[in-house]
Write a protein that binds this ligand. Sequence first.
Ligand code: ZN
Length: 327
Amino acid sequence: MKSWILDESPGDYRFGTIDLPDPDPGQVAVRVVASALNHMDLWVTRGMPRPHVPHVPGADAAGVVEAVGEAVEDVSVGDEVVVNPAVSCRSCPVCLSGESPLCADFGILGEHRWGAHAESVVVPAANVRPRPPGRSWEECAAYPLAYLTAWRMLRRARLRAGETLLVVGVGGGVSSAGLVLGAAMGARVVATSRDEAKRARALELGADEALDSNQDFGVRADVVFENVGAATWDRSLRALAPGGRLVTCGGTAGSKVEISLPRLFFKQHEIIGSTMGSYAEFDQVTALVAQGLPVVVDEVVDGLGSFPEALERLQAGAQLGKIVIRH
Ligand SMILES: [Zn+2]
């Protein structure tokens, strides 16, 4: 199949031909109709992390099932599906307790296994779900990783209707998902961005207020939604109301941060880490998307060959929401 391929990490992508393995008994092969970009697509080229090579990038996909393993019963050739990028064993006690992101065998499409910036991708049958009706292929490719991650973050932070949610740095896919999910959950959402156009877009997407990321956040938030890291960390913590929870899934602008212990314990703050989501959480966000939850697509590029152009846009940070490749 035609695919983007990383032969070494650190290294650069090349567009070439690679043999797609036949699906194992419990797997399916999906012909990718649309795939979406994630920062992981950049990080694997820098050796952080370093995937097994040759590697095929791409965590987000929607497409049509083209082959099924012999043990697969509930998925058929021709099914239109979205792919859950979070893969785990589904049989260990951790998975059976519903906490599959903590499974020892947990892996992510496009990081630990071949991904979706290719003509086809092979995944466990349990990782495909019927495409939410009424949504475009681009929307179906845009939501899986970002919305799964944001949904688990808000669940872990115990966000409730009526609470104030501060979404820091609203440009990225996970942050924009946090905004629309928080608004859908009935929270008062305050978004921040350095960019005036993104602040205006955040208000259109349902934020109640939009602040400049470069200034102090004059807000008392019950939940702070972070994946910026060092650049905003101190102001994010200062914005927490007494008893507030800060939830983070990463640090795109610096991973080393400081914590003031007196502020942490006097104000009884919680700092919560979160990554990806469980199979049940994927079904929950898929149900919300099927019900009409906004999926924030920034730009669609045409053809698998446009991946480098899309990567440049991701790297420039000019987007609000997801960048999608229509294959
Ligand atoms: Zn497991």
